[in-house]
Design a binder for this molecule. Structure first.
Ligand code: SF4
Length: 312
């Protein structure tokens, strides 16, 4: 075939996804990129990668997909609240939809065979390809020569001899390739996805069990402040600095309660979202105790019983 193949690359922002684009361009493909964003991970690094590669990037809001997977992950969670197997397959499925809509020939990823023992072995790569509905149209340019030829390769659109045969966890080949392609500024392999953090996972599970995950405002607030669950069921979010205090005041909505320290006391702003049950007197008192406990120079036990937090 003599037309130029068109590929859509999943861009995480890490080095491997950047290299995948470079290798496919060397193989003659016209490439565009796709990345995903949610309250749990941003597209910032993918945007930076696209800029570096001069790559047209499609940014897809993946929030509804991710929340559905957190509620019901068919393959369960990883070490925290990260439904990685299903998340990855769903991203590839979404990329496949875009591929068909926009007339691309294939979707590509920067995956390297056996780089991760569980999720990137030969069997897992095959499962993702099958589950995502992209059988034969998912190209892994960094390991392609070790995998079954894909449809663009067998049809002669993509030159298989220009694709690579990387395998395993060693990073030296990628670092050498980065130098070859002049990629000097790229992030380390570590994630950036909040769902993989245990502490964040505990907060997310608590929210899911009490208020649920349908109110995105509350999901986004998981990135702000210290959180406490009160005996009557209400939650309290406490600002950790002036910036977070301002965010909490700004995000207040509806019948939420905002608590400030009494006049003359320096301390945090607290947001009590109006959810679950109405704020009980006991929970209101407990929320005030918490604000006092985190205020400067206050002694909760000896606190003047007539001194109340200001409520707005
Ligand atoms: S680390 Fe986060 S974004 Fe990546 S596959 Fe897992 S859940 Fe999805």
């Amino acid at each position: 075939m003599d037309r130029q193949p068109r590929g859509l690359a999943l861009i995480s922002g890490g080095l491997d996804s950047r290299l995948g684009v470079c290798v496919l361009r060397d193989a003659g493909a016209y490439m565009e990129g796709v990345c995903f964003e949610t309250p749990f991970f941003s597209a910032a690094s993918a945007r930076q990668a696209a800029e570096q590669l001069r790559l047209k990037l499609h940014v897809v809001d993946f929030t509804a997909d991710e929340i559905a997977l957190i509620k019901h992950p068919p393959h369960g969670f990883g070490g925290a609240m990260n439904p990685c197997i299903d998340c990855h397959a769903t991203m590839i499925r979404r990329a496949g939809e875009l591929m068909r809509e926009r007339g691309f020939d294939f979707v590509s990823t920067g995956e390297v065979l056996n780089q991760r023992p569980m999720s990137q072995n030969r069997q897992s790569l095959g499962v993702v390809e099958k589950d995502s509905g992209l059988k034969g149209r998912l190209v892994r340019p960094l390991s392609a020569q070790l995998l079954e030829p894909t449809i663009p390769e067998t049809e002669g659109l993509l030159d298989r001899t220009k694709l690579l045969a990387l395998s395993g966890r060693r990073r030296e080949p990628q670092i050498a390739l980065a130098a070859h392609y002049g990629l000097v500024d790229y992030p380390s392999p570590a994630g950036g996805c909040k769902l993989t953090e245990e502490a964040y996972g505990r907060k997310l599970r608590d929210l899911m069990e009490h208020e649920g995950l349908d109110d995105l405002r509350l999901v986004r607030l998981l990135n702000v402040g210290r959180r406490f669950r009160l005996p009557g069921g209400a939650s309290v979010i406490l600002g950790r600095d002036a910036r977070e205090n301002a965010i909490l005041a700004d995000r207040r909505a509806g019948a939420d309660v905002l608590l400030y320290p009494p006049a003359g006391v320096v301390g945090p702003t607290a947001l009590v979202p109006a959810y679950a049950t109405p704020l009980t007197a006991a929970d209101r008192a407990a929320a005030e105790q918490i604000v006092f406990a985190w205020s400067r120079g206050t002694d909760v036990a000896a606190r003047d019983p007539f001194l109340s937090c200001q409520i707005r």
